[in-house]
Design a protein around this ligand. Structure first.
Ligand SMILES: [Zn+2]
Ligand SMILES: [Zn+2]
Length: 330
């Protein structure tokens, strides 16, 4: 099953044949399924010898590593004979070098907090407002011990905060990646989009939770699309990971800073226009994240969202729906 889906992906993304980024899904849902909340591992595909990852959000960490290990996603990583750790422990402690956190909602960082007592020293990358909320709300000796190097009380310093900005590429330490963060509007709080660049001039973008500009009365997505357009024109953009939390049935007043297929398609039209018009997005991989888990009988939001997106796909983009533990290439 895993092999088949990977093969399908590699084939379907063949228009973008020059692989840039290796991604493993640790958690795919936008709530409420604890154990499968938004988190991905990413590394440069050219990084084969030391295989270091950084996460894109961290809603689920250890359970995602367990599922990914069962699905052979780490088969290229050799567990040293003298390591006291399991494969999952080794990947967590030695191969994941940092967490990129898009915003401080629990479904995007619960895994990091819960894992922290047994974690190794790492960096937390985020916009200053996001790092500020993590410092004040969680690592404060009230919600949880302060494992950070900022904030209240004794600072254990296991995690060091690094503030990202829209202006400057920041190296992700001990990886071959660089990151920038652009603000997004998410029902009154600041969320972020991460631009990730490798040393081969290839770029991908991961968006945390976001509403549409039209609903949020914002121009953050508009600015992001303007930033991405030159990378599309230069064939440097390898893919977009973006949320579609709800189906078109959910009214705009009940979206609370999230996207539906209709709103995502409207946003993609803006991006297509900026990237050079009709045909400019053909073959571009769009990875759909954060679909909310449903408790309702006989309702599969993912299949409805898939159908609604494909029905409006006049852009020729390739939609992909990640599965927990699955590895895919952008
Ligand atoms: Zn979320
Ligand atoms: Zn959120």
């Amino acid at each position: 099953m895993f092999k088949k889906s990977l093969l399908v992906l590699l084939c379907s993304f063949s228009a973008y044949a020059q692989a840039g980024f290796d991604v493993i899904t640790l958690g795919s849902k936008g709530g409420i399924q604890d154990g499968n909340l938004t988190a991905f591992l990413i590394k440069d595909t050219h990084d084969t010898h030391d295989t270091n990852y950084v996460t894109l959000d961290a809603g689920t960490v250890v359970n995602g590593l367990i599922v990914a290990d069962e699905k052979q996603a780490f088969k290229d990583i050799k567990l040293p004979k003298d390591s006291p750790y399991t494969k999952v422990g080794y990947v967590l402690r030695e191969k994941i070098k940092g967490y990129l956190i898009s915003h401080a909602h629990l479904d995007h960082l619960a895994g990091m907090i819960i894992t922290s007592p047994d974690d190794s020293r790492k960096y937390i990358y985020g916009l200053p407002s996001v790092n500020g909320t993590i410092t004040e709300t969680y690592f404060n000796w009230q919600a949880w011990p302060n494992f950070g190097n900022r904030g209240q009380g004794y600072q254990l310093g296991k995690y060091q905060y690094r503030d990202l900005s829209a202006q400057k590429w920041l190296p992700i330490k001990d990886t071959y990646l660089h990151a920038k963060a652009l603000p997004l509007s998410h029902a009154g709080i600041e969320s972020s989009a991460f631009l990730i660049k490798n040393n081969h001039k290839q770029v991908m973008v991961y968006l945390g939770d976001t509403g549409a500009d039209s609903v949020e009365q914002s121009d953050h997505l508009n600015s992001l699309w303007s930033t991405l357009a030159p990378y599309i024109k230069n064939k440097q953009l390898k893919g977009i990971m973006i949320e579609t939390s709800f189906t078109n049935k959910v009214p705009e007043r009940s979206l609370y800073g999230h996207l539906t297929p209709k709103l995502l398609l409207e946003e993609l039209a803006v991006l297509e226009y900026k990237a050079g018009g009709k045909g400019s997005l053909t073959g571009l991989p769009i990875v759909i994240t954060h679909i909310k888990y449903s408790l309702l009988k006989n309702i599969d939001p993912q299949s409805i969202i898939k159908q609604q997106l494909n029905a409006g796909n006049t852009f020729g983009v390739t939609f992909h729906f990640p599965v927990q533990g699955e590895r895919f290439i952008l």
